[in-house]
Design a protein. Structure first.
Length: 993
């Protein structure tokens, strides 16, 4: 069995790659899609079997001639017009007994209300049609925009095309619409086509036929009549038939092999309707008569030669392509004479009906001709279920038309369609490159740029399409300093006129600026590449085909290797890119940002997460927070709540940085310690004294690094170092703190407070001299003050440089830092506590932990700042056993060793640095009850939490500033906010129910 058995094997060879491929495609869908075995044994249109149904017979007997003629008309129906318009429409339907309406611009609820009124007033049920080529969004606001057909033309996954048809059908039925004037079966062979273009599946005849079939089959399987257009093929026009009559000067062979082929395919496979086009095709009709009213084209070719028995619709009869040739009234008569059944958008229905009746009187038309079309229309109405109750409910209409699964479908289609035409530098492996993003045509905060910034820091430049020479020269002078220049081109028109709305000057500037550093991302029609002759000089080229927010996000993720580009170019666009071209790009395994449905998460739980956070904010457990959930490599939940402080002035953004407190224990020195251990420079069963002679004395010389990391060393829990620097009278001792900076006191602790340059030695001395307790489990942060120095001693590099260069920078975790104010403004950093005892001020932009502050902000006990996004990258690297983004950081054995329980026999659940769950997790414990025993992470005093669960491929981040304005606020713990939200996420993917 093959998709379509043609009479000439040469034709088959031309349009299909191989018989084997055809067999595979057909067999894949055979269970769901039945395909005609030959053009001689076609499937019938769905209404044909009801032509002689008793109900149809009964209705025909009861209709008079005027009513039968009225059934042939479909009038436009706008739901965005005023009450006077609706009144006139109701009167026309009642007066002329119109058979149907074409839903035009408006909104879903207004549309449904209008349709219900129209159906109520009509004696016979109305067929409601819509031009919904990309779903109801083509006509109605507040609905989901499905991709254009050209975008679908780039998709190789046929199941997604079928699901698009399913989605369209579901939405149309919810609106009380019965007919979709779709698919566009035109083969777009002319890049300058001013009316079809992006509305076509492309220029490859076989692909257009196949995808038109998939879409129409899905529509009709779901009870929506599909109408293919624009017969006999509108793909090679250079005139918009809305504005004039196009003339198609093609040979018979070209028309047969290209233009007619999709229609032949659809006819053989049971398409219910075909729309005829207003265009002249001399080789088919030498009289220059528009195809829509040509007896030779609509009658002889479509009905007689191609044996089409379904409904034939005219294109809109108010279009200049028709009205310039024949006067209204006679136009409708000629349309019927040609063989059309349904007359769309007549300029004057009453006058047209009178002209038809006149033609009947003089014998130009026969009543049998009217009966034939009327019976087909009634049979279609029966198949569509219109003789049953057809009232549509308005309740929850907006929600039903904006289902999460439809949004997910658009995301899937965006991923499947994005096409990489050159990938010398895609995906970007090195995140340390100095990167510029140039937004051409979008001067807002682009979703593309925002997503790019999730992966690596970049400078964003914004240019309108009418940018001045001075603006262009300014950017040219700046981008020479960048290693990577990403051109994001958007804000374009969908049709090719005037370079799609882009100025020649800007396009020439882009073209002359391209080089190997460049990645060009076109959020629009790929034919624009014809205006960029040097596009081949760019290192990377991506096209998303249209301006969809989700597609912009997808493009950024492809650039950074979080997603793969899989699309194939459906058209030839310029000398460099030909139809079928497309590179499948490499997925580097960086975290991606997709719908929760992509990882099987039930989003009903997200409302509960919102409620839990709302409770915490209402109870003043924290002024705000960031919550991130990551499963199977996909960030499926990322949200910021509340404000920086309780004054509700500045909202928390996803990019804002929190003081992550003791999460620093696993995010700071620990990855460096693991690397030194792997490199053979550190024995974790050695003592601190083995590597730091200063600690090879007193009781501390017996402390092993393993014991200290696992809180099994008997170390004192905490030392208030700043208090030890005070005299009894409250003043600070010499060589501790001063109010002014100087050579001796260079280290700023807070405003008007500076530490002595050697104060860290006082900290070390205090730790070393503190007596040890018995070596049992006792949480202590003291050893974590020592690890930065340990790393410096062993690596021979400054601590910060070592971890930043080996981990944070290559991870793209630029917002994971000890020094937030070196890179970010103060209003991007969340404040913590008002310190009334030591620093006497609000702690904002510097570390909250007093001990870490005394170490110049760099400790492994606390000190790091981060947003949830960049912290998640490090946690994901741990989850992936030491790899991330195609780069190896740590060995899997090292990760396994450090995250496993070290002293379980002593009732110590801890790993090396990492916290672990209780042996029997319970409510009010340190984690959610559903975590696995393989999981690990840490919490932070400021109200933070980071947890990794390899068993479920799950990472959870919660960041807050619960200590604002005082650490005495314990409500976050009392409410179990962090762990309760963690539990909700487990339940969202079916664990713990």
């Amino acid at each position: 069995m093959v998709f379509l058995q043609l009479k000439q094997s040469a034709i088959m060879a031309k349009f299909f790659n191989s018989t084997l491929k055809i067999l595979m495609v057909v067999l894949l869908f055979f269970a769901e899609v039945q395909i005609s075995k030959s053009q001689d044994q076609p499937f019938d249109p769905p209404m044909i079997k009801y032509l002689n149904h008793p109900l149809v017979d009964s209705v025909m007997l009861n209709l008079d001639l005027d009513q039968k003629i009225g059934q042939l008309f479909m009038a436009p129906a706008y739901s965005n017009r005023d009450s006077m318009y609706l009144k006139k429409l109701l009167e026309d339907i009642k007066k002329w007994q119109i058979g149907g309406v074409i839903a035009m611009q408006g909104g879903p609820v207004r549309h449904i209300q209008m349709v219900n009124q129209l159906q109520e007033i009509s004696e016979a049920p109305l067929m409601v049609a819509m031009d919904a080529e990309w779903g109801p969004k083509m006509r109605l606001d507040s609905t989901i925009r499905l991709p254009y057909q050209m975008t679908l033309g780039a998709v190789e996954d046929d199941s997604l095309i079928m699901e698009t048809g399913n989605s369209m059908a579901r939405q149309l039925k919810r609106l009380g619409v019965h007919i979709n004037f779709s698919p566009v079966a035109d083969v777009n062979s002319n890049p300058e086509n001013p009316v079809i273009n992006f509305r076509s599946f492309g220029e490859k005849t076989g692909d257009v036929a196949w995808k038109s079939f998939l879409l129409s089959h899905s529509l009709q399987k779901n009870g929506i009549l599909a109408v293919a257009k624009h017969f006999p093929g509108h793909g090679d026009t250079d005139v918009d038939s809305h504005l004039g009559l196009p003339v198609i000067n093609r040979s018979m062979q070209e028309i047969n092999l290209e233009d007619l082929y999709p229609f032949k395919t659809l006819i053989s496979n049971g398409i219910g309707g075909i729309m005829t086009a207003h265009m002249s095709i001399p080789v088919l009709d030498s009289t220059s008569t528009p195809a829509s009213i040509s007896t030779k084209i609509t009658g002889e070719l479509l009905q007689n030669e191609l044996n089409f028995e379904g409904l034939i619709f005219t294109d809109a009869l108010n279009m200049k392509g028709a009205t310039e040739f024949v006067e209204p009234g006679m136009l409708e008569v000629k349309a019927l004479l040609a063989g059309n059944d349904v007359l769309l958008f007549s300029e004057d229905v009453g006058f047209a009906i009178q002209q038809i009746k006149n033609a009947l009187k003089i014998g130009v038309l026969s009543e049998e001709r009217i009966d034939r079309s009327c019976r087909k229309i009634l049979a279609a109405k029966y198949w569509l279920g219109l003789f049953d109750n057809h009232r549509v409910d308005t309740a929850n209409a907006i929600g039903d038309l904006n289902l999460e699964k439809d949004e997910y479908l658009v995301e899937q289609l965006s991923i499947a369609s994005i096409t990489c035409l050159k990938n010398d530098n895609i995906p970007v492996a090195d995140l340390e490159q100095k990167t510029a993003i140039i937004q051409v045509g979008d001067t807002s905060q682009s979703e593309f740029s925002k997503m790019m910034l999730n992966y690596a820091p970049s400078e964003v430049f914004k240019l309108p399409h009418n940018a001045t020479k001075a603006q262009l020269d300014d950017i040219s002078s700046q981008i020479v300093a960048y290693d990577l220049v990403v051109w994001s081109i958007s804000g374009l028109n969908v049709y090719p006129g005037n370079q799609f709305g882009a100025s020649k000057e800007v396009l020439n500037w882009i073209d002359n600026s391209l080089d190997a550093r460049s990645i060009v991302v076109l959020h629009g029609n790929p034919y624009l590449f014809r205006h960029l002759p040097n596009i081949n000089l760019a290192g990377g080229v991506l096209v998303t085909y249209q301006e969809l927010e989700v597609a912009k996000k997808v493009a950024a993720q492809v650039i950074y290797g979080a997603l793969s580009a899989k699309g194939r170019l459906p058209v030839t666009c310029g000398k460099h890119f030909t139809v079928g071209q497309g590179v499948t790009t490499k997925n580097l395994g960086r975290i991606s940002y997709q719908s929760a449905l992509s990882v099987g998460v039930n989003t009903d739980y997200f409302t509960k997460v919102d409620e839990k956070v709302a409770e915490a904010i209402k109870e003043k457990a924290t002024p705000g927070c960031q919550v991130l959930a990551l499963k199977d490599g996909v960030v499926f939940f990322q949200k910021s709540y509340g404000y920086h402080t309780y004054d509700s002035i500045q909202k928390v953004n996803n990019s804002d940085l929190y003081d992550i407190a003791s999460i620093t224990k696993i995010a700071g020195a620990l990855p460096g310690i693991m690397k030194l251990y792997e490199d053979g420079l550190l024995d974790i069963d050695g003592t601190f004294g083995d590597y730091m002679p200063y600690f090879n004395r007193k009781s501390f010389k017996e402390v092993t690094i393993r014991e200290a990391l696992a809180h099994q060393a008997g170390l004192y829990p905490w030392i208030p170092f700043w208090k030890e620097a005070r005299r009894k009278n409250g003043k600070y001792k010499w060589f501790t703190f001063k109010e002014d900076s100087s050579r001796r006191f260079p280290h700023k602790i807070a405003d008007n407070l500076y530490a002595h340059r050697k104060f860290n030695k006082k900290v070390y001395k205090s730790i070393r001299n503190r007596p040890l307790d018995e070596k049992t489990y006792k949480y202590s942060g003291l050893s974590f003050y020592l690890y930065p120095e340990l790393i410096r001693c062993l690596s021979k590099e400054p601590y910060w440089s070592y971890i930043d260069q080996n981990f944070y920078r290559p991870l793209g975790a630029s917002r994971l830092t000890y020094f937030p104010l070196d890179q970010y403004s103060l209003n991007q950093v969340i404040p913590t506590e008002y310190d009334s005892l030591f620093r006497k001020q609000l702690i904002h932009g510097t570390v909250h932990d007093e001990g870490a502050a005394l170490m110049q902000g760099m400790s492994s006990n606390a000190g790091l700042f981060s947003n949830a996004n960049d912290l998640a990258k490090l946690m994901q690297m741990y989850l992936l056993n030491g790899t991330y983004g195609g780069k190896h950081y740590l060995d899997s054995a090292t990760i396994a060793g450090f995250t496993s329980c070290q002293f379980c026999e002593d009732d110590n659940r801890r790993g090396l640095g990492f916290d672990r769950p209780l042996p029997d997790p319970h409510q009010n414990g340190n984690t959610a009850v559903s975590v696995s025993q393989k999981s690990f992470g840490h919490s932070g005093f400021t109200g933070t939490f980071a947890w990794v669960d390899p068993e479920y491929n799950f990472v959870y981040i919660f960041l807050s500033n619960r200590v604002y304005p005082t650490r005495e606020n314990k409500k976050l713990f009392q409410l179990n906010t962090r762990t309760d939200i963690q539990q909700l996420f487990y339940e969202s993917f079916g664990v713990g129910l």
